[in-house]
Design a protein around this ligand. Structure first.
Ligand code: FES
Length: 129
């Protein structure tokens, strides 16, 4: 079983990696796809195509269970706000083996989480302001 905790929500989900349905956002078994499978709001403006940084997560525990970072993700992450040594893009980071993983959604992206959906930043972009 894989176990993923999303901070600061404090939501923990457990699932069988082989049985997780693919929600077509990011790579199959990506942290973004896991979040969407369980109704955990994680912004993904580009739809999980490694073309934005809104799915930015900081891995606090369980990095050994995750895929290695590819060059495309590394290049995109360079543009992320609040970049840390443990930053990853949720849509590109695949859970490769069972274990306990803890990730934190960075502060700048938490409005989306606390509102349970579209962030004010995204809403502003859509309204053209
Ligand atoms: Fe855009 Fe992950 S959703 S880079």
């Amino acid at each position: 079983m894989a176990k993923v905790t999303f901070l600061p929500l404090g939501r923990t989900v457990e699932f069988n990696l082989e049985e997780l349905p693919y929600k077509a956002h990011g790579k199959p078994r990506s942290l973004l796809d896991v979040a969407l499978n369980f109704g955990i709001p994680l912004e993904h403006v580009c739809g999980g195509n490694c073309a934005c940084t809104t799915c930015h997560l900081v891995v606090k525990q369980g990095a050994e269970c995750l895929s290695a970072m590819e060059e495309e993700e590394e290049d995109r992450l360079d543009m992320a706000a609040d970049l840390t040594l443990h930053s990853r893009l949720g849509c590109q980071t695949i859970i490769e083996k069972d274990g306990e993983i803890v990730v934190e959604i960075p502060a700048w992206n938490r409005n989306y989480v606390s509102e349970g959906g579209e962030s004010s930043r995204t809403a502003e972009k859509r309204s053209g302001s």
